[in-house]
Design a protein around this ligand. Sequence first.
Ligand code: DX5
Ligand code: ZN
Length: 221
Amino acid sequence: MSVRIAPSVLAADLGRLREQIEQAVAGGAEWIHVDVMDGHFVPNLTFGAPMIRALRRITDRPLDVHLMVRHPEHYIAEYADAGAAVFTFHPEATVHVQRHLAAARERGMLAGLALNPASPISLIEEVVPDLDLVLVMSVNPGYGGQSYLPHATDKIRRVRALLDRAGSRAALEVDGGITTATIAEAWGAGADTLVAGTAVFGTADPAQAVRDLARRCAVRV
Ligand code: DX5
Ligand code: ZN
């Protein structure tokens, strides 16, 4: 299998959004990662459905939406209609996690859960069959441009083992501080989908940046 790179729009120059997305896709980006922040679950505030709709018009790549918001269930229908392909939220942000995962699937999206650096893996254990994706945060969410927390690597390994044990085919995504210096470590631990914001859009050549990241991940069978 080969690595899936998901550039994060958070680091893009929004004045040149179409050009930036086209460049990332030209380099081989498979998904486009969209960070939704509400100023409550995380201190920062970003975008919502209008951004998803705008991206839907720009690219046919799947839109990988990462909700760092309280009560993510309020957005399931709206984001599905806006064109989200993946709907990932944090289990601590709501109560009836299983119901919301099922609702995301019913709306035709892949359902994902994200684990903060301090969040135990047990938060996903009871809902593995309901998951299409697990997102391991390798920084505390809220901002781009932070450094990869080394503890994430062992957590990726443990999530990989949990998914394999359960016979789950869920994607294992890693988000935060992914660069050409850190991506091989996350990939080697069992991640298959790597989010990268600064490492892609913080460069003069996003297409080349995506290629450089993918090249660091040796083929894994
Ligand atoms: C952090 C976001 C990330 C962010 C990653 O809260 O979830 O997706 O965009 O940015 P970099 O790759 O710059 O760490
Ligand atoms: Zn994210």
